[in-house]
Ligand binder design. Structure first.
Ligand SMILES: Nc1ncnc2c1ncn2[C@@H]1O[C@H](COP(=O)(O)OP(=O)(O)OP(=O)(O)O)[C@@H](O)[C@H]1O
Length: 205
């Protein structure tokens, strides 16, 4: 049961400090919606938590039932970041790209079929990624969450290209993740379809 704690975190991009003194604790089974204006720093915060950006100040901790985890080990083994850039090579098939990502995350092939079903991708897996619609492509990116299970989901506007049906379906998958003790930190402009605490990131566009 992993918990994420941020203490006094500040993030700077270029000349601008986006926010400072951010304190946040996300407990197992809890979802937090990161809100704020365009350019406030929501994506930057998710990237900083994932270790892709060095914060200017503060501390980030993951603990497992109160036992502090090594930060790099926690990021490598327990965290997924689904951002705007999904990392797919667009000339390869959805099947090959999902298998590659799941293998890279240490997941076996066993979970892929179930993830493909859960995200309604069955008829799309032999298509090149470039032939998928924006919503289909996002569902392919989200399939990694199920096929290579990890406790911490960092999601950057996960629902934005999805239609109403898939927003609801992914909401159910999020709910199941929380029920299993996972945590979700999601940058959003619209409310999440699950109960979530809100953390507003300061700054202006
Ligand atoms: N590589 C970079 N170098 C310098 N500044 C950057 C870089 N990437 C982003 N920024 C700036 O950092 C600020 C925060 O961007 P970020 O994407 O974190 O905001 P956001 O809150 O997620 O915005 P949105 O709601 O528009 O997605 C923006 O002003 C952006 O221009």
């Amino acid at each position: 049961m992993i918990r994420l704690t941020l203490e006094g975190v500040a993030v700077r991009r270029g000349e601008r400090r986006l926010f400072e003194d951010l304190n946040l604790s996300v407990r197992p089974g809890e979802a937090v919606a990161l809100t704020g204006a365009n350019g406030a720093g929501k994506s930057s915060l998710l990237r900083a938590i994932a270790g892709l950006l060095t914060p200017e100040a503060g501390r980030m901790r993951f603990d497992d039932n109160g036992q502090d985890l090594d930060l790099e080990v926690a990021r490598t083994r327990h965290l997924h970041l689904i951002g705007h850039q999904d990392g797919f090579r667009s000339g390869r098939t959805a099947r090959d790209e999902l298998a590659f990502q799941v293998g890279w995350c240490g997941g076996g092939p066993g979970g892929i079929d179930e993830a493909v079903r859960a995200l309604g991708l069955e008829g799309l897996m032999d298509l090149e990624v470039r032939r998928l619609s924006a919503g289909q492509r996002r569902r392919l990116a989200l399939a990694r969450l199920l096929a290579a299970p990890r406790s911490v989901w960092l999601l950057d506007e996960p629902l934005s290209p999805l239609d109403a049906r898939w927003r609801a379906e992914v909401g159910q998958l999020m709910q199941a993740h929380l029920a299993g003790g996972g945590i979700i930190l999601a940058a959003v402009h619209d409310p999440l379809p699950i109960p979530a605490r809100t953390c507003e990131i300061g700054g202006t566009a």
